[in-house]
Ligand binder design. Sequence first.
Ligand code: 5GP
Length: 118
Amino acid sequence: MSQDTLFLKIVRKEIPADLVYQDDLVTAFRDINPQAPTHILVVPNHVIPTLADVTENDEQVLGRMLRVASQLAQKDGLAEDGYRVMINCRDHGGQEVYHLHLHLLGGRPLGPMLARRG
Ligand code: 5GP
């Protein structure tokens, strides 16, 4: 099964993006609509639609995504003050692009994790 997602096209360099890292398993690029001074997306090089779809076979790529996020945070000077790593899953999680990705956000205090209701 191979859907052609927007992020797969970025992985394959078929559409432009501000790429900051790529290896055999994952690709990282800056978000087109940044919510913080650093806003990087880290994606698997193959399509896993959502976090709800991962299997035992994905453990290596999931580990790589987190390690690369940690390395990029260090590189962007975020490690000392801290940062946030986030994955939105499906409808209630607010996921817009159905190609698994983690958000690395930092460079300013990010406030509470969720907007308060009411
Ligand atoms: P989600 O809501 O699915 O967790 O996050 C999708 C993210 O992808 C959003 O933060 C959005 O700004 C980003 N995004 C959507 N289209 C593009 C694009 O074409 N290029 C880049 N670099 N980011 C994108």
